[in-house]
Design a protein around this ligand. Sequence first.
Ligand code: DAT
Ligand code: MG
Length: 141
Amino acid sequence: TPVERSLVLVKPDGVRRALIGEIIRRIEAKGIRVVALDFRALPRELVEEHYAEHEGKPFFEPLVSFMTSGPVVSMIIEGHRCIEAFRLLAGATDPVKAAPGTIRGDLATDIGTTVVQNLVHGSDSPVSAEREIKLFFPQES
Ligand code: DAT
Ligand code: MG
């Protein structure tokens, strides 16, 4: 099976709630490697580009303001089928529907905001992973 790379973000809610270590622990415990890591506030233009597929949706503006509300941890992870593996570790987008045992299912909940604050991002396909890694880590691609 192919060794893949994926882009993972610990979103501002995860940083604010001091869950960086817990989230990385779950990734490493699964046997997935972290091969690049960065901690910074993201420029608005980068977030808009990253989430371009959601432009025009009602949650787009709240999503961009949430993602620029504080620093984010960006990582490249690497492993066999790690794109799908991380999506399963993360759980469903809606933290109420995310299964217990997942990052979102165990650690996130609906807090009544217009945007879902669900702690993490993970690329959803090899094409997305390549695009997102280029955006966040231009020196790595
Ligand atoms: P995912 O992060 O699981 O890949 P996505 O790409 O569909 O989900 O959406 C990106 C983010 O936008 C998601 O993590 C939270 C927010 N979001 C998605 N759908 C939403 C909705 N219907 N209402 C509010 N926020 C939403
Ligand atoms: Mg997505």
